[in-house]
Design a protein around this ligand. Structure first.
Ligand code: PBG
Length: 326
């Protein structure tokens, strides 16, 4: 084995052409999904305080937005709905005229080729803010499953291309796969939030989605942050139940989990660069404390390097623009 001075690793780093040629991982616009928050009403495009440059849109304002997203080369969006009326059973989550169902129809009419992924969960729709039916102060797993399946089906009936359960109930992938298959939607993929941790990094999202739990927290269903073997069991279980794509969430503080999942399973893998990760970068950049563009590209590249195939990120539009001018 040659050593220094024959071996000089700096030789392949000397110019940008050399660096580009030997670059091992790259962020690409066509691996990104851009999350969108949809509210009821008309003529609304309102910036979310905790997430600069991210907006609440009413369905009628989506056509222009999705045309821009598609023109940037981003292949898909992830939809979150914020209903006007919440109740104990989240009935607006599976209503034909629910805000997400309306949004899906608008998007599919405007830009049919743009992939519409929907977040399937009840927390934005329940009065108590939990991700399922609450019985005796805790979320009842099995009673929640039917409602999640109903929600997923209603999204697909409205035109969704991929459904993404984010509730962390046991058995939800199986329940959703069952309903989709029974109704002739066996071609619709499921993106399972398989290893979703009970994380403080969702703070800004809960403000954006008005989905903070009204009592307690989500630790009886979302994963305990110190655990990684358990994440592999979650992923294994979701794949066994029929998940087509699995996700690790959050991303930045869980790159080791992404790597272990990548090394253990051959399933397509998504990373969710969540609201708190976004807000931290935006806040520091606005203070002039770090270079937003470089930090975002470095961070998303790290997610690719850890093994993610696709990244769901609020930075997607900016990243696509930056990649176009490099
Ligand atoms: C719904 C859901 C959440 C996020 C995605 N889907 C919030 C939560 O679980 O509390 C978080 C997304 C983000 O922080 O960007 N269950």
């Amino acid at each position: 084995m040659a050593g220094f001075p024959q071996l000089r690793l700096r030789r392949l780093r000397r110019t940008e052409s050399l660096r580009a040629l030997f670059r091992e991982n790259r962020v690409r616009a066509d691996n990104l999904i851009y999350p969108l928050f949809v509210v009821e009403g008309n003529g609304i495009k309102r910036e979310i305080a905790s997430m600069p440059d991210v907006y609440h849109f009413s369905p009628d304002q989506l056509s222009r937005e999705v045309a821009e997203i598609a023109s940037l080369g981003i292949p898909g969006v992830l939809l979150f709905g914020i209903p006007e009326h919440k109740d104990e059973v989240g009935s607006q989550a599976y209503h034909v005229e629910g805000v997400v169902q309306q949004a899906i129809r608008v998007i599919k009419q405007s830009v049919p080729e743009l992939l519409v992924v929907t977040d399937v969960c009840l927390c934005e729709y329940t009065s108590h803010g939990h991700c399922g039916i609450v019985v005796d102060g805790d979320v009842d797993n099995d009673r929640t499953l039917a409602l999640l399946a109903k929600t997923a089906l209603s999204h697909v009936e409205a035109g969704a291309d991929i459904v993404a359960p984010s509730d962390m109930m046991d058995g939800r992938v199986k329940a959703i796969r069952g309903v989709l298959d029974e109704t002739g939607r066996e071609h619709i993929p499921i993106l399972a939030y398989a290893a979703k941790y009970a994380s403080a990094f969702y703070g800004p999202f809960r403000e954006a989605a008005e989905s903070a739990p009204q009592f307690g927290d989500r630790r009886s269903y979302q994963m305990d942050p110190p655990n990684v073997r358990e994440a592999l069991r979650e992923v294994e279980q979701d794949i066994a139940e029929g998940a087509d794509i699995i996700m690790v969430k959050p991303a930045l503080a869980y790159l080791d989990v992404i790597r272990q999942v990548r090394d253990t399973f051959n399933c397509p893998l998504a990373a969710y660069n969540v609201s708190g990760e976004y807000a931290m970068v935006k806040a520091a950049a606005r203070q002039g404390w770090l270079d937003e563009r470089q930090v975002v590209l470095e961070t998303l590249t790290a997610m690719k390097r850890a093994g993610a195939d696709i990244i769901l990120t609020y930075h997607a539009k900016d990243v696509s623009r930056w990649l176009q001018d490099t």
